[in-house]
Design a protein around this ligand. Structure first.
Ligand SMILES: [Zn+2]
Ligand SMILES: [Zn+2]
Length: 265
């Protein structure tokens, strides 16, 4: 049987324009140079199903963190013809607030999470304020609630196939149990890197994002991403504003692009 191919959408739901290089690169050329950040959820469609990669954040956590939403994740999914309340599989790349803050938008979903990430965000490392900062206790509690209602599917390590051809890969570095997602498309193997590389500048310049638990693992992760993707443009970073400029729009919607199609820029 041949491997099916899938459509992949990147949907931008929030942005922060006032951000500088020093917050995005461990070794900035110019600390104060502007470096905006975008927030995406990713959807994989095909072979009769829709699989989400991350949930985004809701208005409450946006307000708590002083961020503003462009459009709430479940609404922008609706714009792409995806009913969040019917989605059955959501991959949580990791438990940071901007990725796990919208679990409530997916009431029917099973959440795919690495053992190492759940251990990390509920374990002794969270005694350290600086490590705890990218997490939100409410989201961790949401994950525990999902666990106690049979809605968490744990994974350990790399290569687990959650749908024909779609595999999860434990990377670590940015968060202890962060995972990336490998997807077969018509243009080849695409790696949804999530926060294992926030920007193309992180992986291409070997210049890690400063929110990091283990730099060595983060750098090793760049090699893993490269070995699993069919080329540099097949590695999709988690937060890079270039994503919206590089790929074709879905039905002319300026916030949604097709990652399964070749780059246009
Ligand atoms: Zn993160
Ligand atoms: Zn993030």
């Amino acid at each position: 049987m041949t491997t099916p191919t899938y459509e992949i959408l990147a949907l931008r739901y929030a942005t922060v324009q006032q951000r500088v290089q020093g917050e995005c690169l461990l070794f900035p050329d110019d600390h104060a140079a502007p470096m905006p950040i975008d927030f995406f959820v990713f959807a994989i469609r095909g072979n009769g199903r829709t699989i989400m990669v991350d949930t985004g954040f809701d208005k409450e956590s946006a307000d708590r963190r002083g961020r503003s939403l462009i459009r709430s994740p479940e609404l922008i999914l609706g714009d792409a013809g995806i009913d969040a309340t019917k989605v059955e599989d959501v991959i949580l790349t990791h438990m940071h607030w901007d990725h796990a803050g919208g679990m409530k938008f997916f009431p029917k979903a099973k959440f795919h999470l690495q053992d190492a990430e759940m251990e990390y965000c509920t374990g002794r490392c969270m005694c350290e304020g600086i490590l705890r900062r990218p997490f939100d206790a409410e989201h961790v509690v949401d994950a525990i609630r999902a666990l106690y209602t049979d809605r968490v599917k744990f994974h350990a390590g790399s290569g687990n196939e959650i749908a024909p051809g779609i595999t999860l890969h434990l990377i670590g570095g940015h968060s202890k149990g962060i995972q990336a997602v490998r997807v077969p498309t018509k243009r080849g193997w695409v790696m949804l890197a999530g926060d294992t590389s926030h920007y193309w500048a992180n992986i291409r310049g070997r210049n890690p994002f400063p929110i990091v638990v283990n730099v060595e693992q983060m750098l090793a992760g760049y090699h893993t991403l490269e070995s699993l993707a069919d080329g540099p443009d097949h590695i999709i970073p988690g937060h890079d504003p270039m994503i919206l400029k590089k790929f074709p729009l879905l039905n002319g919607n300026p916030e949604i692009v097709r990652l399964d199609q070749p780059p246009i820029a």
